[in-house]
Write a protein that binds this ligand. Structure first.
Ligand SMILES: *[C@@H]1O[C@H](CO)[C@@H](O)[C@H](O)[C@H]1NC(C)=O
Ligand SMILES: *[C@@H]1O[C@H](CO)[C@@H](O)[C@H](O)[C@H]1NC(C)=O
Ligand SMILES: *[C@@H]1O[C@H](CO)[C@@H](O)[C@H](O)[C@H]1NC(C)=O
Length: 323
């Protein structure tokens, strides 16, 4: 009977343990649900590290190969949808996962906040912090993206920064990144090796001598599209704190790279990143990475035409075209 009593105690103990863990898991679930709800509905609740919005991803469990960060503003919902349905759609290419998120500042108009909250509930692909969302704050926006990578997704392999009026061929980009055989020390894009500050006060890119006294810019990539390996992205974020602020985000990233002594490199034998608009043809677009100044309708049209013919050969392929 002593044995019986012992057995009963064991059974009771196991039962109690099960009950406690059930209660705990329910509590845990509801508290995280509640947190999600507050995060979305208020729109004003600060998340970790002052981020107002964070995308729905746990990089420690399922790290992406490439994270594409798209600088954007409010009132570009149509462009966001075009990007989400084309190159920005989460997909796996050559076994590598690619995800795309939008970078936003704070446009203080309450009506716009409602728009962001709704978008964020539906898509969970927005990274937002509380800074004024203006053209000259683009540097802050880009740094916010790199901060997010540094703090929330250091497990990813590459990061791309681009805009939402861009065509981005993620297939060719992935192919070239894999061909490179190395996942470190990369900075690539539409490289400008010999840029100078524009001193004409009427220019959009005007920079005064106070803002930048130098005669030349270090090598930098056009902000329309550049790619960094994760080590470089994190190093740029860390070193950015000691580089004097410059409103031109692409030059600012160039200044960070110069400080880090990282040379931009080309991914291919010819140019592939274009800051201009490249006339569309499926064969041409298969061998470029970016093209600029596209409407949402163009992005959709070009993407569909390119993707439909992705496995077909092109005249320029030497010997690799199917018969
Ligand atoms: C956005 O900016 C406005 C005006 O500066 C401020 O009142 C508001 O609290 C900010 N919103 C968030 C979510 O931080
Ligand atoms: C950039 O954002 C900061 C923080 O919200 C703000 O103080 C500053 O005025 C903004 N700068 C520009 C040029 O809009
Ligand atoms: C990458 O490795 C493959 C196979 O080892 C090789 O054929 C290719 O030339 C390498 N590419 C570069 C850019 O080094």
């Amino acid at each position: 009977s002593c044995l019986m009593a012992f057995k009963r105690k064991v059974v009771f103990f196991i039962f109690a343990l099960g009950l406690i863990s059930l209660i705990l898991s329910v509590l845990w679930d509801s508290s995280s649900l509640c947190h999600l709800y507050q995060n979305d509905m208020s729109g004003f609740k600060r998340g970790r590290d002052d981020f107002l919005k964070l995308p729905n991803i746990d990089c420690s469990r399922n790290a992406p190969f490439l994270v594409i960060l798209v600088t954007s503003r409010l009132g570009q919902m149509e462009a966001w949808m075009a990007v989400r349905n084309t190159w920005g759609k989460e997909r796996v290419i050559a076994g590598k996962r690619i995800v795309t998120y939008f970078l936003l500042g704070n446009n203080s108009r309450p009506y716009d906040q409602i728009g962001i909250i709704t978008e964020n509930i539906l898509y969970k692909d927005i990274i937002q912090k509380d800074f004024m969302d203006t053209y000259y704050n683009l540097t802050l926006k880009t740094l916010m993206g790199l901060e997010w990578i540094h703090k929330f997704c250091p497990q990813s392999t590459f990061v791309m920064k681009t805009d939402c009026d861009m065509f981005v061929n993620t297939y060719y980009l992935t192919e070239l990144l894999l061909k490179r055989n190395s996942t470190t020390k990369l900075f690539t894009g539409a490289i400008n090796m010999h840029g100078n500050p524009i001193r004409d006060v009427n220019s959009k890119w005007y920079v005064s001598k106070e803002e930048y006294p130098g005669e030349n810019y270090p090598p930098f990539s056009s902000g329309t599209g550049y790619v960094l390996s994760i080590d470089v992205a994190r190093a740029v974020y860390v070193v950015s704190k000691k580089i004097p602020f410059l409103k031109l985000e692409d030059v600012f990233v160039g200044l960070c790279l110069a400080e880090l002594k990282i040379q931009p490199e080309e991914l291919d034998s010819g140019p592939t990143f274009f800051a201009s608009s490249i006339p569309f043809s499926p064969c041409h677009y298969k061998k470029i990475i970016t093209s600029h100044y596209h409407t949402p309708a163009q992005i959709i049209l070009y993407w569909d035409a390119m993707e439909r013919t992705i496995d077909e050969g092109c005249p320029s392929d030497q010997g690799s075209s199917p018969i």
